[in-house]
Ligand binder design. Structure first.
Ligand code: PEP
Ligand code: MG
Length: 591
């Protein structure tokens, strides 16, 4: 029977494919595809972890004190029995062989299948055995996470074509939640669409999905429970709708829309080399947001005139304790700079924390054990300043890349003058260390992300220390409205059109323009055509976005007259309903 699910649209277009489920787990599990030649090793990892757990459980049973309750021994028996049950590890092996899932993913996928069977059991006693099964799986996953080979195997992640493991049908990924780091692994992978139960439109998982330019819906609540592996699924990334098991007539309609959307993309793509100039002759800079050096080539191909935001933290995620050192970072930054062929590259220092945890501190740990609200915790520049050695290492790596092209440094989440002073000192020291070591480096511009209301309101003082600012609207909205951007429960209140948000953005643009400092927007608003006229009206002339969005934004810029837009701006800012007012005020012969 066909069902419809509703969530939030993240990335445009229509995807049609068979569902691949990523099960959620209490243990943080990496999901990736293993290359054909590593399948046997992966099965070995699973077998070894199972044997390790069998030995652990055996030892526990042996060491039980005489007076231990009999139930405890019986429980260990049940766990040992589940551990050796072919429906668990035997079936998990099939996921590795048939689908090329990594061992952790295979095991949690099989747990999901068995858990559903347990849920449907009539007998209370048997139904409760699900908890035992989960504990056994958790033990195996933990044993695997202690295995150093896991990191090696993850290196081979995701670079497979669909025929390598799953027949001819296109695949869509369905998950309760996907960590941004996992999403990065899937970036090189085969999925034609994504669905998650949770998440907001500007969560980092959604941002990575958008950068892949494939249809995605987040916050679809029950999706991962209602959708079964291999179900046919339609993802309508424009409307935020998911259709499971569609009827032939619905499928035909969506296939038609899919073709239309592909034609529209091809048409927009023709604009990629057209200069981005408004009707009244205003030049507008369209820059790219990237997550890794490999994205730079796509940015040039999409017509970006530089990188406005290189989210360097993606180099640091999924790494355990082995964070990238100066040399590895230098190579990554240099590669991006070279790939941009002389165009400027804005490298943001690590913005780790909140929904982008390091592996050694998972979101759960951050949220429940260390701090109550990770978005307000040790994040971004706060984290860098708390690890001064690491911070200087990153600054040195970025400065060294400046010998290969135009580099700019961007500091995330600045809120205090003291943070600026400490950053300038660290930068100065990094420069001195490079000079002493005889490493070449050139002049780099220094910029601040304006993404905390305090920074927007203190701009006059902050600007003295920076060459440019970049407005991070994703966080600026989160912190202005006190709405966790990753929390779908409050996503209806996450409102870029809120008058307070618009006042802050307009104020920053005006102030920076007046001071003769560069100002750009690199949050998701810059790549959303719904805001192009508004931002132009505010005086913005530099937009940074996912490469896939550049042509759509350029099309709007080519049709805009900034004089007319600016004259309508006061009406929009003064309105109680700016979105409605903007629709009326900015509409015109060319919009
Ligand atoms: C922002 O906050 O708008 C931004 C661009 O940074 P990030 O999305 O990486 O937090
Ligand atoms: Mg931010």
């Amino acid at each position: 029977m066909s069902i419809q699910l509703f969530g939030m649209p993240v990335s445009r277009g229509v995807a049609i494919g068979r569902a691949v489920l990523v099960a959620s787990s209490r243990v943080d599990v990496a999901h990736y595809f293993v290359a054909r030649e590593h399948v046997d090793d992966e099965i070995d990892r699973l077998r070894q972890a199972r044997d390790t757990v069998a030995a652990e459980l055996g030892a526990l049973q042996r060491d039980l004190p005489e007076d231990a309750p009999a139930e405890l021994s019986a429980l260990l028996d049940v766990h040992l029995m589940l551990l050796h049950d072919e429906t668990l590890t035997g079936a998990a092996k099939s996921w590795i062989v048939d689908r090329h899932y990594n061992a952790e993913w295979a095991l949690s996928a099989q747990l999901e299948v068995l858990a559903r069977q347990f849920d449907e059991m009539e007998d209370d006693y048997l139904r409760e055995r699900k908890a035992d099964l989960e504990q056994v799986v958790e033990r195996i996953l933990r044993a695997m996470s202690r295995d150093p080979a896991a990191v090696d195997h993850a290196e081979h992640a995701g670079a497979l074509g669909p025929r390598d493991f799953a027949g001819e049908d296109p695949l869509v990924l369905v998950a309760s939640d996907i960590a941004p780091a996992d999403m990065m692994r899937f970036k090189r992978s085969v999925f034609t669409g994504f669905i998650t139960d949770v998440g907001g439109r500007t969560s980092h998982t959604a941002i990575v999905a958008r950068s892949m330019d494939i249809p995605a819906v987040v916050g679809a609540r029950e999706a991962s429970r209602l959708i079964r592996p291999d179900d046919w699924v339609v993802i309508d990334g424009d409307a935020g709708v998911v259709v499971v098991d569609p009827s032939p007539i619905v499928l035909e309609e969506y296939r038609f829309r899919q073709r239309q959307s592909e034609l529209e993309r091809a048409r927009l793509h023709r604009l990629r080399h057209t200069p981005s100039v408004t009707l009244d002759g205003q030049q507008v800079e369209l820059l790219a947001n990237i997550e890794q050096p490999g994205d730079a080539a796509g940015a040039v191909e999409a017509g970006a005139v530089g990188v406005g935001l290189f989210r360097s933290e993606f180099l640091f995620m999924s790494r355990g304790d082995d964070l990238p050192g100066e040399e590895e970072q230098f190579e990554a930054y240099r590669d991006a700079v070279i790939a941009m062929r002389g165009l400027p590259v804005t490298i943001r220092t690590v913005d780790i924390g909140a929904d982008k945890p390091l592996e050694r501190m998972t979101v759960q740990e951050l949220r429940h054990e260390h701090v109550l609200n990770p978005a307000l915790g040790l994040r971004a520049i706060r984290w860098s300043l708390s690890e001064p050695g690491m911070f200087r290492q990153q600054l040195r790596a970025i400065l060294r890349a400046s010998a290969f092209g135009q580099v700019r440094i961007l500091i995330p989440m600045v809120a205090h003058l003291s943070e600026i002073r400490l950053t300038l000192e660290a930068l100065e020291r990094a420069r001195r260390q490079l000079d002493e070591a005889g490493h070449a480096h050139s002049r780099v511009d220094l910029g601040a992300m304006i993404e905390v209301p305090a920074a927007a309101l203190s701009l006059g003082q902050f600007l003295r220390y920076f060459d440019f600012v970049s407005i991070g609207t994703n966080d600026l909205i989160q912190y202005t409205l006190a709405i966790d951007r990753a929390d779908d429960a409050v996503s209806h209140l996450y409102d870029p059109w809120h008058p307070a948000v618009l006042t802050l953005i307009a104020g920053v643009i005006e102030h920076a323009n007046r001071a003769g400092k560069g100002v750009s927007v690199c949050g998701e608003m810059a790549g959303d055509p719904a805001f192009t006229e508004l931002l132009l009206a505010m005086g913005l002339r530099s937009f940074s976005m996912h490469p896939a969005q550049i042509s759509a934004i350029k099309q709007r810029i080519l049709r805009a007259d900034t004089r007319r837009l600016s004259s309508a701006l006061p009406r929009v800012l003064a309105s109680e309903n700016p979105q409605l007012e903007a629709a009326a005020a900015f509409a015109g012969p060319h919009q």
